[in-house]
Design a protein around this ligand. Sequence first.
Ligand code: 5AD
Ligand code: SF4
Length: 490
Amino acid sequence: MKMENTKHHRLTSFAETASEAPLQEPDRQYYFIEKAKDIFAEKCKEADRTLTFCVTTFGCQMNARDSEKLVGILEQIGYVEEPDEEKADFVIYNTCTVRENANLRVYGRLGQLGRIKKKNPHMMIALCGCMMQEPEVVEKLKKSYRFVDLIFGTHNIYKFAELLTNSMQSDRMVIDIWKDTDKIVEDLPVERKYSFKSGVNIMFGCNNFCSYCIVPYVRGRERSRDPKAIVREIERLVADGVVEVMLLGQNVNSYGKNLEHPMTFAQLLQEIEKIEGLERIRFMTSHPKDLSDELIEVMSRSKKICRHLHLPVQSGSSRILKKMNRHYTKEHYLELVDKIKKAVPDISLTTDIIVGFPGETEEDFRETLDVVRKVRYDSAFTFIYSKRTGTPAAVMEDQVSEAEVKDRFDRLLKEVQTISAQRCAIHEGTIQKALVECQNEHDPSLVTGRLSNNLLVHFPGDPSLIGRLVDVSLDECKGFYYMGKMKDTE
Ligand code: 5AD
Ligand code: SF4
C-alpha cells in the first residue's frame, strides 16, 4: 500500500498533469518545470541520491546555445550536472546533421549508452537537434534504439520542460517532432557556460537552400526575433556580468526582413552598440550575397564590433558556386573582400570551404586555391563534401571520387595552414586587448585570452582575471596562437 502511495505521483498520467497547464507560453513551461520538480524529487528519493544530467552538444554555436537552454531547465528542475556522460542519469544528445559523419558518431555513441543504461535503472536518454528533423533517423531510432526515452526536434525545444514531464510519466518512447514553426518563445531559463560571454540568437532558420545543405530542411524558414527582445536580453546579460555577445543566425545579414517593422542587421548592430557595459560584439554567420555596404560602414565605425568576419566562400569557382545556389561569383566575392579590407584594415577574415562538390574539376579546385591565396584567410574551416539525402546536390551527377577529394583536401589544408600561420605572425610585438576566458588546460600558471580578431593568447596570470579585458603583449607567435604577457592596465 505504502509502495503505491509513493509511486502515486509518477503514475498520474501526463494527460492529467497537462490538463491543468496554462495555454500561454512561457507560462506553460514554467508550470511544467514545477511539475517536473515534484516528479524529480520522487525519483531522487527512489534512487536515494540526487540524479545527474549530461548534455552533449554536436555541431555549431546555435546548438551550443540551445544546449544552454536545456541546461537552464534541467538545473531549475533540480538535476545536477555530471560532465562524464557515462556516469550521468540523464543523457541528452543535441545532434547535428550537416555532414554524414556527425550522424554516424551519434549512432556509435548511442550504442555505448544503451549498454550503460542496462546497468542504471534510473537512466534516461533524450535526443534532440537537427538530426531528429530527418524522418529516416527517427524511424531508425524507433526500430533499433528502443531504449531512447525522449526524441524532439529543433522547432519545439522551448517545450523541453513539458516533454520531459511527459517522458518522466511514461514508460514509452516520447516523440515530438514538428516540420516547421513560426513561433519564437521568449524568456525561458538559460544556464550560460561562461559567465562573461554569451551567444544570443537573433534569428532562426534559413531560406537560402544552398544545394548541398540540409539546414533549411531541419531548421525551417527564416524567422527574426523582435529587436526589442534581443536588446532586452543583452541588457539583462550585461547586468549579469556579460561583456561579449555573439549574435547567432544562419545568415545574420538577412536579419529583420520578415519583421512586422523591417530593419537591417546593420541597424540592429547600432542598437546593440548603445548598450552600456557591453564591450564586444561578434556575429555569425554572414552570407556574402547579403553583406551590405551599410554593414561594412557600421563595422568600420564601431568601437565594439570585433575585428573578425566569418565569410564562408564554399568554393572559388563561379561555375560551382552557381551549382551550389550561392548567388555570387568568384569576382563578386573578391570585390566584397577588397571593400571590407579597405574599410576595416585590421579585419581578420575566416571562411568555410567545401571540397569535392559534385562536378568539381581540377580547374574548379584551382579557382578555390586562387581565392585562398588572394584573400589570405586568417583561418578556414575545410570540409569534404558530404551527400545529404533530400538536398538537390545529392542527386547531381559526377560525384567526385574519394581519392581525388582526399588529394584536393590535403592540398587545400596545406595552403590554408601556411597562410594562416603567416597571417597570425603579423601581430607579433603588438599590444592588444584580450578577454580572459579560462585558465590554461596544460599549464595552470597561464590564462587564455581571446583577441578582438579571434586569435588566442596564453600568458601568465591567475583565474581571478577570467572575464576581464586586459592589455597583452603578443610576444611569440606559435603558428595559430600567441604566448604573451599582461601589461599594466592602470
Ligand atoms: N557537405 C560538406 N560541408 C557542408 N557544409 C554544409 N553542408 C555541407 C555538406 N553537405 C559546410 C558549409 C557550411 C558549414 C557550416 O558546413 O561549408 O558553411
Ligand atoms: Fe546552409 Fe547555405 Fe543556409 Fe548556410 S546559408 S545554413 S550553407 S543553406
